[in-house]
Design a protein around this ligand. Structure first.
Ligand SMILES: *Cc1c(COP(=O)(O)O)cnc(C)c1O
Length: 431
């Protein structure tokens, strides 16, 4: 029997890589089936190892906001690579990207580069703790801040303020310092702050969530969080790993007009290379080593190839701010198209979208937090995912992930997605 090359590669991968993948969502566990192995991509078209083509709505989980194989980014990387790929010593390109970021993003006096969003969030929390001299922090159920221990904590049961580990290997001791609140619920945050007065260093959140599907902050929520941070004299950390340079040039801070004290970045910032960063007000950032007492380091941080890719990406966005309007128009067009199609179907649904982030939930409630996001019918989602894949549309293979639009998407491709949705919804009840 002939098996597909993706199936062959998946079987081969499983022998030597846990679950065959280097990051869990890629394994298609929540939608079933065999993951596709990707050979190449250009613009918004992915080509798998069997030469099937798909319209890409993942955009590498965000970074590919200009589309794949952007010629300027590719050229910049190619030109730089001959000068060696790493020195472990300072380079000029690190200054150039830092200067550009401080111009693009509000409230960033200084920024330090790391290698992933996980590192950025982990370091920002350490810095907030070091700066305030307090141990605890508040995060929200359904927000994702990478896989470092102190974020892999869920709320304890009942009225308990103690968190519990979300994964074996995370200690109870770690869980005691992570408090979890309900997204879009200011009272829940106020309660935690009262119960832990003088102990909370920071509140960290995704100003727009993309990791429980796309969930928007309710009006007044972010403002309320800012006020609570001021009242209790703690730091507000915006995790802009997804929204940074995507929602607007200056990310969610610019989009909503709210100042965070520290901001974390990832995804778009690296132009597809492994880059993260965290930045903020000067007096906080000066707490970092070696001038300051809070330790933080990285052998490959500020890597020249990663920096030239990120710099070229950010410069494109900086010089062409109309990209953001174009992306928002495309997303609205897709949202309206999907709204038409779903409203004529037999399925309950909600569509959340903002900027270039969107997704469809199979639910009959408004999705505003993790509880409502969890009502997403994962069986229907799995069928929808495969029906769309069969029609050449690659959605995120998980009901808990936002779709990301890239500026390379054409209106023809958006129409293809809408038409594929009509066919998929009609077909699903037979699958
Ligand atoms: C992806 C993501 C992270 C983690 O970034 P990695 O580069 O995967 O470590 C952190 N926060 C948010 C909001 C993210 O979307």
């Amino acid at each position: 029997m002939n098996i597909s090359r993706s199936t062959y590669l998946y079987n081969r991968a499983r022998n030597v890589i846990p679950s065959g993948v280097n990051s869990p969502v890629r394994a298609f566990k929540s939608v079933g089936g065999t993951p596709l192995f990707i050979k190449k991509a250009s613009g918004s078209i992915l080509t798998d190892e069997d030469d099937n083509e798909y319209i890409d709505l993942i955009a590498s989980w965000g970074p590919m906001i200009l589309g794949h194989a952007n010629p300027k980014i590719a050229e910049a990387i190619n030109n730089k690579v001959e000068y060696s790929t790493s020195f472990g010593a300072p380079t000029e390109i690190e200054i150039a990207i830092a200067e550009l970021i401080t111009k693009m993003a509000p409230n960033i006096d200084k920024i330090r580069m790391v290698n992933s969003g996980t590192e950025a969030c982990m370091s920002a929390i350490r810095l907030a703790r070091g700066y305030t001299g307090r141990d605890k922090f508040i995060k929200f159920d359904g927000c994702y801040h990478g896989h470092s221990d102190s974020f892999l904590i869920k709320a304890g049961s009942g009225a308990s303020t103690f968190g519990v580990p979300n994964s074996p290997g995370v200690t109870k001791g770690t869980a005691n310092d992570t408090l979890t609140a309900r997204y879009n619920d200011l009272e829940d945050v106020a309660r935690l702050l009262e119960e832990n007065k003088g102990e909370v260093a920071a509140i960290i959140l995704e100003p727009v969530c993309g990791n429980m599907g796309c969930v928007l902050p309710k009006e007044g929520f972010l403002e309320g969080i800012r006020e609570l941070c001021d009242k209790y004299e703690l730091l507000l950390i915006f995790d802009e790993v997804m929204t940074g340079f995507r929602l607007a040039q200056g990310g969610a801070q610019e989009y909503f007009g709210i100042n965070a004290d520290l901001v974390t970045y990832g995804k778009v910032i690296g132009g597809g290379m492994p880059v993260g960063a965290f930045g903020g007000r000067e007096e906080i950032m000066n707490y970092l080593s070696p001038d300051g007492p809070v330790y933080q380091a990285g052998t490959l941080s500020g890597n020249p190839i990663a920096m030239i890719a990120g710099y070229t990406m950010l410069k494109e966005l900086y010089q062409n701010p109309q990209i953001y309007e174009g992306l928002a128009e495309k997303t609205t067009y897709l949202a309206e198209g999907l709204e038409r199609v779903f409203s004529e179907s037999i399925y309950d649904y909600r569509i959340n979208h903002i900027g270039s982030m969107i997704n469809v939930f199979f639910v009959d409630v408004d999705v505003v937090d993790f509880d409502t996001a969890s009502q997403n019918n994962s069986e229907l989602f799995g069928k929808f995912f495969h029906a769309m894949l069969n029609r050449g549309v690659y959605l995120p293979p998980s009901p808990y992930e936002s779709y990301f639009l890239a500026n390379s998407l054409s209106y023809e491709q958006l129409d293809h997605i809408i038409n594929a949705t009509i066919e998929s919804l009609a077909r699903m009840k037979f699958d």
